[in-house]
Design a protein around this ligand. Structure first.
Ligand code: NI
Length: 205
């Protein structure tokens, strides 16, 4: 198959470091603190962090490599989620359901300490703690979000179908995920999100 840039698909050698560098990446994007409006339950804590750190401060960034968009291809990447907390709530990625919702995703932890927070529209929920060398094979139909419960960047390698896409709206429309991951002495626990209004099936991404 010939790609839009005119080059035939070819196997690509990638080099992935424990800090999330991805040599061979075709895309890099960043989310800043100011991009996280409405994500944290304690909005005043988020605003205070913005004021203290500046709007340009990073929340997380992603490197990824993909050679085509079609079904059958894989996206491989790294996600680096900086540590922090907003009130009791630990730093998170925005989280999503895949646009093609049955698409699965592998997350393999390269460094740091985090939790994959997982929920279904039907009300199931799960948390998987990840440290270097641990992985979670996220089945389709699970909304997923990374949470950094440590003091270092939480770095994962991910891999999923290139046609999956991301539906971020399903979380925003529900007032956030059903559960929060919050501080608990030296560790973490889940707590109900008081703003969560339930997931609505069929909302557009
Ligand atoms: Ni995903």
């Amino acid at each position: 198959m010939v790609h839009e840039n005119g080059r035939a698909d070819q196997p690509v050698a990638l080099a992935i470091t424990p800090t999330g560098d991805l040599h061979g990446a075709s895309r890099h994007y960043e989310k800043k603190l100011c991009d996280m409006a409405g994500v944290y339950a304690d909005e005043s804590a988020w605003l205070a962090e913005r004021a203290a750190n500046g709007d340009d401060s990073l929340a997380y960034y992603v490197n990824e490599q993909k050679y085509q968009d079609g079904p059958g291809a894989l996206i491989v990447g790294t996600s680096v989620l900086l540590s922090g907390s907003y009130g009791d709530e630990f730093a998170v990625t925005r989280g999503h359901l895949h646009g093609i919702s049955d698409r699965a995703e592998l997350y393999y932890c390269l460094s740091g300490r985090g939790v994959m927070l997982l929920e279904t529209v039907d009300g199931d929920s799960s948390t998987i703690e990840l440290t270097a060398g641990k992985a979670v094979n996220v089945p389709g139909q699970w909304i997923h979000r990374s949470v950094n419960v440590g003091s270092e960047p939480f770095v994962t390698m991910f891999c999923y179908s290139a046609d999956a896409g991301q539906n971020y709206g399903i979380i925003a429309d529900a007032g956030g995920m059903k559960n929060l991951v919050v501080r608990d002495d030296d560790g973490w626990k889940t707590a109900p999100n008081p703003r969560h209004t339930g997931y609505t099936v069929g909302m557009t991404p």
